[in-house]
Design a protein around this ligand. Sequence first.
Ligand code: FES
Ligand SMILES: [Fe+2]
Length: 411
Amino acid sequence: MKHDLQVSILKELMRQLDDGKNVDAGIQFRNPTSAYTCKDLAAREWDSFFQNHPQLIGLTGDLPKPGSYFTIDDFGTPVLATRDRDGEFHAFLNACRHRGARVAEGRGDAKRFHCPFHAWTYSARGDLVAIPQEDQFGPIDKSCHGLIELPAEESNGLLWVHPQPDGRLDLKTQLGPLLDEMSTLGFQDLVYVGESVIRKDLNWKLANDTFGETYHFQKLHKNTLGQIFYGDNLAYEEIGRNHRFVFAAKAIDLLRELPEDEWTLRGHANLLYYLFPNIQFNVGRGSVALIKIYPDPDSPGRSLTRVGHYFSEEDIAAAASANAEEMTVTGENVYDGEVRENAILSLEAITEVFDSTIEQEDYVMGEHQQMAAENGLLDHVLFGRNEPALHHYHNTFREALGMPPLEKLVA
Ligand code: FES
Ligand SMILES: [Fe+2]
């Protein structure tokens, strides 16, 4: 992110803190609770936003080297993501061309993918390369029976896939100026260290809503995130259907003693991007958390959240040397193998605090909200002037489905 922009965001946060004022959208809205319970709406969301919309599936670090792969089933199209021997990223329908079994599960490294059913074999480029007992099976034109390829693009460290083979990825339109902004954040150099999976009884938009304001920080999170962040402040910008959401860490006060040309956002404020429709992307000092939120297509009251954690090599090296000191490891090559694995494990332990705050604080509220919405007596909820991300998020998804905007609250 350009330094000028970092400084203007930090100044806005300091101004709010000094004035004791939060961001002010100047407007309040009513949101119908049917947004969280309506089966017809849920079906339209699934079709428009998950079956027919580009999906951010991970970062470059999910496919760290030629031969790396991982699979995803969260948006209805089973996907096998690979990196071929030339380093190119591909995405395929994870379905064997013989009779449709999955050719890979989980994540790892593989030169070839052997379908577990009858061992048809595919390359990382999706080519069908071997059929056992081919003489008994009968002739097949292998060149026409590779895995079905999906549109895939690796851009600034982000891995995008379209779930339809004839779908179009147009990141320039989708992300607008965020495309350039993200190119400055070094996502392509981060290392995947692990993922938490949270399945809870709350609509996927309620899960998104928990990332939409800082009003709750010093209440719900007073003993967790509230120790690190002030809350009740927000530098907020809508960028098309997406937004940038920055709030002050208590460490912002350290900058007050420094000249502006030494100010940096990361480490002094938290940077959160919302990427339409289902991504919350939390950018820390040397790490990021990629939060992907999916509806349960059979139940508007359930959702799945994946929180993927990625760290810089510097953070891993620092954790490795801290561990090495503790273990009094000596010798020259302390950073390879087991020491690196232990460093990654210790970083994973740090991420548990973040994940458990989401699961045990935010999403507990979300489950209560879901219960109230399903009961039906509470027909709407309220979004305040200090909650502009919620206004934007709900109005955006409504507009995308051809629904009228939220109703303004007239006091
Ligand atoms: S279904 Fe894959 S080899 Fe038969
Ligand atoms: Fe929260």
